[in-house]
Design a protein. Sequence first.
Length: 361
Amino acid sequence: MRVPLLDLKSQYRSVGQAIEAAARRVFQSGHFILGDEVVAFERSISDLAGIEHAVAVSSGSDALLLGLMALGIGPGDEVITSALSFFATAGAIVRLGARPIFTDIDPDTFNLDVRDALGRVTKKTRAIIPVHLFGRVADTTPLRQTGIPIVEDAAQAVGARGLAAAPFCTLSFFPSKNLGAAGDAGMILASDASLAAKLRLLRAHGSHPKYVHHEVGGNFRMDALQAAILSAKLPFLSDWNARRRQNAMRYRELLSQTPLILPVDSIKPGWHVWHHFVVRAPDREKLRSWLSEREIETEVYYPVPLHLQPCFSAWGAKLGALPHAEKAASEVLALPIHPELTADQIDFVADQIVEFYRRPH
Ligand SMILES: Cc1ncc(COP(=O)(O)O)c(C=O)c1O
Protein backbone atom coordinates (compact mmCIF):
# COMPACT_ATOMS: atom_id res chain seq x y z
CA MET A 1 0.00 0.00 0.00
CA ARG A 2 1.52 3.34 -1.05
CA VAL A 3 1.28 6.09 1.57
CA PRO A 4 2.33 9.51 0.23
CA LEU A 5 3.39 12.32 2.53
CA LEU A 6 0.96 14.60 0.75
CA ASP A 7 -1.98 13.91 -1.55
CA LEU A 8 -3.04 17.09 -3.31
CA LYS A 9 -4.53 15.21 -6.25
CA SER A 10 -7.01 13.51 -3.98
CA GLN A 11 -7.76 16.84 -2.27
CA TYR A 12 -8.48 18.32 -5.70
CA ARG A 13 -11.18 15.72 -6.28
CA SER A 14 -13.16 17.20 -3.36
CA VAL A 15 -12.53 20.92 -4.00
CA GLY A 16 -11.91 20.98 -7.77
CA GLN A 17 -15.29 22.39 -8.76
CA ALA A 18 -15.10 25.27 -6.29
CA ILE A 19 -11.53 26.06 -7.37
CA GLU A 20 -12.38 26.07 -11.05
CA ALA A 21 -15.35 28.38 -10.46
CA ALA A 22 -13.09 30.75 -8.50
CA ALA A 23 -10.45 30.75 -11.25
CA ARG A 24 -13.08 31.42 -13.91
CA ARG A 25 -14.35 34.38 -11.86
CA VAL A 26 -10.86 35.91 -11.82
CA PHE A 27 -10.25 35.42 -15.53
CA GLN A 28 -13.64 36.97 -16.29
CA SER A 29 -12.81 39.96 -14.07
CA GLY A 30 -9.53 40.60 -15.87
CA HIS A 31 -8.05 41.75 -12.50
CA PHE A 32 -5.03 39.68 -11.50
CA ILE A 33 -3.15 41.40 -8.67
CA LEU A 34 -4.66 42.51 -5.31
CA GLY A 35 -8.23 43.84 -5.81
CA ASP A 36 -11.57 42.58 -4.46
CA GLU A 37 -10.62 38.89 -4.28
CA VAL A 38 -7.60 39.69 -2.14
CA VAL A 39 -9.52 42.09 0.10
CA ALA A 40 -12.25 39.46 0.65
CA PHE A 41 -9.68 36.80 1.51
CA GLU A 42 -7.87 39.16 3.90
CA ARG A 43 -11.15 39.77 5.70
CA SER A 44 -11.86 36.03 6.01
CA ILE A 45 -8.44 35.29 7.50
CA SER A 46 -8.63 38.24 9.86
CA ASP A 47 -12.03 36.96 11.11
CA LEU A 48 -10.74 33.41 11.44
CA ALA A 49 -7.73 34.46 13.50
CA GLY A 50 -9.61 37.12 15.45
CA ILE A 51 -6.89 39.67 14.61
CA GLU A 52 -7.97 43.01 13.23
CA HIS A 53 -5.73 43.50 10.20
CA ALA A 54 -4.64 41.05 7.53
CA VAL A 55 -2.29 41.93 4.69
CA ALA A 56 -2.06 39.40 1.88
CA VAL A 57 1.38 38.90 0.38
CA SER A 58 3.28 36.80 -2.13
CA SER A 59 4.59 34.07 0.23
CA GLY A 60 5.24 33.17 3.84
CA SER A 61 8.90 34.08 3.31
CA ASP A 62 7.93 37.54 2.06
CA ALA A 63 5.52 37.93 4.97
CA LEU A 64 8.46 37.54 7.39
CA LEU A 65 10.66 39.88 5.36
CA LEU A 66 7.97 42.53 5.06
CA GLY A 67 7.12 42.30 8.77
CA LEU A 68 10.76 42.91 9.72
CA MET A 69 11.02 45.73 7.15
CA ALA A 70 7.96 47.43 8.64
CA LEU A 71 9.69 47.31 12.05
CA GLY A 72 12.67 49.09 10.49
CA ILE A 73 15.11 46.24 11.19
CA GLY A 74 18.51 46.50 9.53
CA PRO A 75 22.26 46.38 10.01
CA GLY A 76 23.42 46.39 13.63
CA ASP A 77 20.15 44.89 14.89
CA GLU A 78 19.65 41.47 16.43
CA VAL A 79 16.59 39.27 16.01
CA ILE A 80 16.13 36.23 18.23
CA THR A 81 14.65 33.08 16.76
CA SER A 82 14.57 29.31 17.10
CA ALA A 83 17.36 27.16 15.68
CA LEU A 84 14.82 24.60 14.46
CA SER A 85 12.73 26.02 11.65
CA PHE A 86 12.51 26.29 7.89
CA PHE A 87 15.31 28.45 6.48
CA ALA A 88 12.98 31.37 5.61
CA THR A 89 12.68 32.31 9.29
CA ALA A 90 16.39 33.12 9.52
CA GLY A 91 16.76 34.17 5.89
CA ALA A 92 14.41 37.13 6.40
CA ILE A 93 16.60 38.48 9.22
CA VAL A 94 19.86 38.14 7.31
CA ARG A 95 18.46 39.58 4.08
CA LEU A 96 17.92 42.86 5.96
CA GLY A 97 21.49 42.93 7.21
CA ALA A 98 20.52 42.09 10.79
CA ARG A 99 22.01 39.26 12.85
CA PRO A 100 19.98 36.19 13.78
CA ILE A 101 20.48 35.09 17.39
CA PHE A 102 19.50 31.46 17.55
CA THR A 103 18.01 29.88 20.66
CA ASP A 104 17.69 26.27 21.59
CA ILE A 105 14.33 24.50 21.52
CA ASP A 106 12.18 23.04 24.24
CA PRO A 107 12.83 19.33 23.57
CA ASP A 108 9.26 18.35 24.50
CA THR A 109 7.49 20.67 22.05
CA PHE A 110 10.11 21.60 19.40
CA ASN A 111 9.15 25.25 19.98
CA LEU A 112 11.64 27.93 20.95
CA ASP A 113 12.91 27.62 24.55
CA VAL A 114 11.48 30.78 26.08
CA ARG A 115 13.94 30.96 28.97
CA ASP A 116 16.88 30.60 26.57
CA ALA A 117 15.40 33.30 24.33
CA LEU A 118 14.95 35.73 27.23
CA GLY A 119 18.55 35.12 28.28
CA ARG A 120 19.76 36.22 24.85
CA VAL A 121 18.06 39.64 24.86
CA THR A 122 20.55 42.50 24.54
CA LYS A 123 20.32 46.23 23.84
CA LYS A 124 20.47 45.38 20.15
CA THR A 125 17.46 43.02 20.19
CA ARG A 126 14.83 44.51 17.90
CA ALA A 127 12.43 41.56 17.50
CA ILE A 128 11.81 37.95 18.49
CA ILE A 129 10.46 35.39 16.03
CA PRO A 130 8.90 32.39 17.78
CA VAL A 131 7.93 29.64 15.33
CA HIS A 132 4.75 27.64 15.84
CA LEU A 133 6.55 24.60 14.54
CA PHE A 134 4.63 21.69 13.06
CA GLY A 135 1.35 23.55 13.70
CA ARG A 136 1.61 23.67 17.49
CA VAL A 137 1.13 27.19 18.82
CA ALA A 138 3.69 28.18 21.43
CA ASP A 139 2.68 30.32 24.38
CA THR A 140 4.25 33.69 23.57
CA THR A 141 3.07 35.46 26.76
CA PRO A 142 6.52 35.64 28.46
CA LEU A 143 8.06 36.96 25.22
CA ARG A 144 5.36 39.59 24.81
CA GLN A 145 5.92 40.77 28.38
CA THR A 146 9.39 42.04 27.37
CA GLY A 147 7.78 44.70 25.17
CA ILE A 148 10.06 43.63 22.30
CA PRO A 149 8.13 43.29 19.01
CA ILE A 150 7.11 39.68 18.39
CA VAL A 151 6.77 38.40 14.83
CA GLU A 152 5.18 34.98 15.16
CA ASP A 153 6.07 32.64 12.33
CA ALA A 154 2.78 30.75 12.02
CA ALA A 155 3.48 29.46 8.50
CA GLN A 156 2.64 25.96 9.69
CA ALA A 157 -0.26 26.91 11.97
CA VAL A 158 -2.97 28.17 9.62
CA GLY A 159 -6.36 27.80 11.29
CA ALA A 160 -4.95 27.49 14.83
CA ARG A 161 -6.26 29.39 17.82
CA GLY A 162 -3.93 31.35 20.06
CA LEU A 163 -2.20 33.53 17.46
CA ALA A 164 -1.42 36.85 19.09
CA ALA A 165 0.19 39.22 16.54
CA ALA A 166 2.16 41.49 18.87
CA PRO A 167 2.48 43.21 16.47
CA PHE A 168 2.72 40.62 13.64
CA CYS A 169 1.96 37.03 12.87
CA THR A 170 2.90 35.56 9.48
CA LEU A 171 1.20 32.73 7.57
CA SER A 172 2.14 30.65 4.55
CA PHE A 173 -0.22 29.21 1.96
CA PHE A 174 2.49 27.17 0.22
CA PRO A 175 0.64 24.31 -1.56
CA SER A 176 1.46 21.70 1.11
CA LYS A 177 0.33 23.86 4.04
CA ASN A 178 -2.95 23.21 5.90
CA LEU A 179 -4.54 25.76 3.56
CA GLY A 180 -2.59 25.64 0.33
CA ALA A 181 -2.64 27.93 -2.71
CA ALA A 182 -1.96 26.89 -6.30
CA GLY A 183 1.50 28.41 -5.99
CA ASP A 184 3.08 30.80 -3.50
CA ALA A 185 1.05 33.01 -1.19
CA GLY A 186 1.24 34.32 2.37
CA MET A 187 -0.30 36.73 4.89
CA ILE A 188 0.64 39.02 7.73
CA LEU A 189 -1.79 39.48 10.58
CA ALA A 190 -1.33 42.75 12.43
CA SER A 191 -2.85 44.10 15.61
CA ASP A 192 -2.00 47.76 14.99
CA ALA A 193 -3.67 49.91 12.32
CA SER A 194 -0.68 52.14 11.57
CA LEU A 195 1.69 49.19 11.24
CA ALA A 196 -0.84 47.46 8.98
CA ALA A 197 -0.90 50.59 6.81
CA LYS A 198 2.89 50.49 6.66
CA LEU A 199 2.79 46.85 5.55
CA ARG A 200 0.39 47.76 2.74
CA LEU A 201 2.64 50.60 1.65
CA LEU A 202 5.82 48.50 1.62
CA ARG A 203 3.98 45.63 -0.11
CA ALA A 204 3.86 47.74 -3.29
CA HIS A 205 7.28 49.44 -3.41
CA GLY A 206 6.27 52.07 -0.85
CA SER A 207 4.36 53.89 -3.55
CA HIS A 208 2.03 56.67 -2.30
CA PRO A 209 0.62 58.45 -4.16
CA LYS A 210 1.22 56.36 -7.27
CA TYR A 211 4.83 56.67 -8.52
CA VAL A 212 5.93 58.70 -5.51
CA HIS A 213 8.16 56.76 -3.08
CA HIS A 214 9.03 58.00 0.40
CA GLU A 215 10.18 54.50 1.37
CA VAL A 216 11.72 51.53 -0.36
CA GLY A 217 9.47 48.49 -0.24
CA GLY A 218 9.18 45.61 -2.66
CA ASN A 219 6.74 43.70 -4.81
CA PHE A 220 5.08 41.49 -2.19
CA ARG A 221 1.53 41.51 -3.57
CA MET A 222 -0.80 38.52 -3.60
CA ASP A 223 -2.32 37.43 -6.92
CA ALA A 224 -6.10 37.58 -7.24
CA LEU A 225 -6.06 34.00 -8.54
CA GLN A 226 -4.42 32.73 -5.35
CA ALA A 227 -6.84 34.71 -3.17
CA ALA A 228 -9.87 33.36 -5.05
CA ILE A 229 -8.61 29.77 -4.85
CA LEU A 230 -7.76 30.11 -1.16
CA SER A 231 -11.23 31.58 -0.47
CA ALA A 232 -12.77 28.59 -2.27
CA LYS A 233 -10.76 26.17 -0.11
CA LEU A 234 -11.21 28.04 3.19
CA PRO A 235 -14.64 26.50 4.06
CA PHE A 236 -12.92 23.08 4.12
CA LEU A 237 -10.11 24.11 6.47
CA SER A 238 -11.71 23.32 9.81
CA ASP A 239 -12.76 19.86 8.61
CA TRP A 240 -9.26 19.21 7.21
CA ASN A 241 -7.66 20.32 10.48
CA ALA A 242 -10.07 18.10 12.45
CA ARG A 243 -9.03 15.14 10.30
CA ARG A 244 -5.36 15.88 10.86
CA ARG A 245 -6.06 15.83 14.60
CA GLN A 246 -7.92 12.53 14.32
CA ASN A 247 -5.00 11.05 12.39
CA ALA A 248 -2.57 12.28 15.04
CA MET A 249 -4.62 10.74 17.84
CA ARG A 250 -4.81 7.42 15.99
CA TYR A 251 -1.03 7.36 15.51
CA ARG A 252 -0.51 8.20 19.17
CA GLU A 253 -2.63 5.24 20.19
CA LEU A 254 -1.14 2.78 17.70
CA LEU A 255 2.48 3.79 18.34
CA SER A 256 2.30 4.14 22.12
CA GLN A 257 4.16 0.87 22.78
CA THR A 258 7.05 1.58 20.37
CA PRO A 259 10.37 3.24 21.33
CA LEU A 260 9.34 6.36 19.40
CA ILE A 261 8.89 9.61 21.31
CA LEU A 262 5.52 10.90 20.15
CA PRO A 263 4.59 14.57 19.63
CA VAL A 264 2.72 16.33 22.42
CA ASP A 265 -0.72 17.88 22.03
CA SER A 266 -1.54 21.59 22.39
CA ILE A 267 -1.58 23.57 25.63
CA LYS A 268 -5.18 24.66 24.96
CA PRO A 269 -7.96 23.32 22.69
CA GLY A 270 -7.43 24.39 19.09
CA TRP A 271 -3.81 25.49 19.62
CA HIS A 272 -2.46 22.69 17.42
CA VAL A 273 -3.41 22.08 13.79
CA TRP A 274 -1.07 19.10 13.27
CA HIS A 275 0.63 20.39 10.13
CA HIS A 276 3.22 17.65 10.64
CA PHE A 277 3.24 14.56 12.85
CA VAL A 278 6.86 14.46 13.95
CA VAL A 279 8.22 11.60 16.04
CA ARG A 280 11.70 11.17 17.47
CA ALA A 281 13.09 7.89 16.30
CA PRO A 282 16.09 5.96 17.53
CA ASP A 283 17.74 4.54 14.37
CA ARG A 284 15.93 7.15 12.29
CA GLU A 285 17.74 6.50 9.03
CA LYS A 286 17.15 2.75 9.24
CA LEU A 287 13.49 3.25 10.09
CA ARG A 288 13.14 5.72 7.22
CA SER A 289 14.61 3.25 4.72
CA TRP A 290 12.43 0.46 6.08
CA LEU A 291 9.33 2.61 5.56
CA SER A 292 10.50 3.78 2.15
CA GLU A 293 10.97 0.16 1.02
CA ARG A 294 7.29 -0.29 1.93
CA GLU A 295 6.29 2.80 -0.10
CA ILE A 296 5.63 4.93 2.96
CA GLU A 297 6.92 8.46 2.45
CA THR A 298 8.46 10.36 5.35
CA GLU A 299 10.44 13.59 5.68
CA VAL A 300 12.97 15.17 8.03
CA TYR A 301 12.11 18.67 9.27
CA TYR A 302 14.91 19.78 9.57
CA PRO A 303 18.15 17.86 9.17
CA VAL A 304 20.47 20.87 9.73
CA PRO A 305 19.62 23.34 12.52
CA LEU A 306 19.80 26.95 11.44
CA HIS A 307 22.86 27.96 13.49
CA LEU A 308 24.87 25.26 11.68
CA GLN A 309 23.82 26.23 8.15
CA PRO A 310 26.91 26.76 5.97
CA CYS A 311 25.81 30.26 4.93
CA PHE A 312 25.86 31.35 8.60
CA SER A 313 29.29 29.91 9.36
CA ALA A 314 30.87 33.37 9.61
CA TRP A 315 29.11 33.76 12.99
CA GLY A 316 31.12 30.78 14.19
CA ALA A 317 28.46 28.58 15.83
CA LYS A 318 29.90 25.17 16.68
CA LEU A 319 28.31 21.76 17.02
CA GLY A 320 27.15 21.46 20.62
CA ALA A 321 26.09 25.12 20.91
CA LEU A 322 22.36 24.34 20.92
CA PRO A 323 22.18 20.69 21.98
CA HIS A 324 18.41 20.17 21.99
CA ALA A 325 17.96 21.55 18.47
CA GLU A 326 20.91 19.48 17.24
CA LYS A 327 19.62 16.29 18.86
CA ALA A 328 16.16 16.88 17.38
CA ALA A 329 17.68 17.38 13.92
CA SER A 330 19.25 13.94 14.18
CA GLU A 331 16.12 12.16 15.42
CA VAL A 332 12.99 13.77 13.95
CA LEU A 333 10.88 12.00 11.36
CA ALA A 334 7.56 13.23 9.95
CA LEU A 335 4.95 10.60 9.13
CA PRO A 336 2.13 11.22 6.64
CA ILE A 337 -0.75 13.01 8.40
CA HIS A 338 -2.63 14.82 5.61
CA PRO A 339 -6.46 14.87 5.80
CA GLU A 340 -6.91 12.54 2.83
CA LEU A 341 -5.20 9.61 4.59
CA THR A 342 -7.45 6.60 5.17
CA ALA A 343 -7.64 4.67 8.44
CA ASP A 344 -6.16 1.68 6.58
CA GLN A 345 -3.16 3.72 5.52
CA ILE A 346 -2.52 4.91 9.09
CA ASP A 347 -2.85 1.37 10.41
CA PHE A 348 -0.42 0.21 7.74
CA VAL A 349 2.17 2.87 8.67
CA ALA A 350 1.82 2.02 12.37
CA ASP A 351 2.04 -1.74 11.72
CA GLN A 352 5.22 -1.30 9.73
CA ILE A 353 6.80 0.79 12.50
CA VAL A 354 5.81 -1.76 15.17
CA GLU A 355 7.28 -4.47 12.97
CA PHE A 356 10.53 -2.52 12.52
CA TYR A 357 11.14 -2.28 16.26
CA ARG A 358 10.07 -5.89 16.85
CA ARG A 359 12.91 -7.29 14.74
CA PRO A 360 16.28 -7.84 16.38
CA HIS A 361 18.54 -4.86 15.62
C1 LIG B 1 8.19 27.75 9.55
C2 LIG B 1 8.13 28.32 8.17
N1 LIG B 1 8.46 29.62 7.99
C3 LIG B 1 8.38 30.20 6.78
C4 LIG B 1 7.98 29.48 5.67
C5 LIG B 1 8.00 30.17 4.35
O1 LIG B 1 6.78 30.13 3.70
P1 LIG B 1 6.71 30.14 2.09
O2 LIG B 1 7.12 28.78 1.63
O3 LIG B 1 5.27 30.43 1.82
O4 LIG B 1 7.61 31.20 1.60
C6 LIG B 1 7.62 28.13 5.81
C7 LIG B 1 7.13 27.30 4.73
O5 LIG B 1 7.55 26.98 3.72
C8 LIG B 1 7.72 27.53 7.09
O6 LIG B 1 7.41 26.25 7.28
